[in-house]
Design a protein. Structure first.
Length: 132
């Protein structure tokens, strides 16, 4: 009686572990989107919107992620010096246009870890941007 019960329980536990492993293998890895836009800085900013056709031009760096529990990264200038550290699942920062920048962001989640790099060479020009 007791011996049979303990063997049965052992098999049940093994089946549960196998099921958990199978589930974790199909989890999607995080995704990262980085936008770099040239914009005019403005005092006319709300939480989600800036627009102006006057003032100093700046690079707006905006990032967002999905399926991630943690993100961190850095922004380097043209000389290779780190000018900012980034953290958070989404965010935005502004940088003067008299330099070039490279943004590197790594996000981790249940499905793994992903790193994306984008530079101001790919910046788009626009009079407005939407910070996250």
């Amino acid at each position: 009686g007791m011996k049979t019960d303990s063997i049965y329980l052992g098999k049940t536990i093994v089946a549960e572990v196998d099921g958990a492993i199978a589930t974790s293998e199909v989890l999607a890895e995080p995704t990262i989107t980085i936008y770099i836009e040239k914009m005019y800085s403005s005092s006319n900013c709300s939480e989600r919107f800036c627009t102006s056709d006057l003032g100093n031009q700046e690079y707006a760096v905006t990032w967002e992620s999905a399926l991630a529990s943690e993100c961190h990264g850095s922004v380097m200038n043209g000389s290779g010096a780190t000018v900012s550290l980034l953290s958070g699942l989404r965010g935005w920062k502004l940088y003067p246009v008299n330099d070039s920048y490279t943004v590197t962001l790594t996000c981790s989640g249940a499905g793994g870890s992903v790193t994306v790099t984008k530079s101001t060479d790919s910046a788009q020009s626009g009079p407005e941007f939407h910070p996250m």
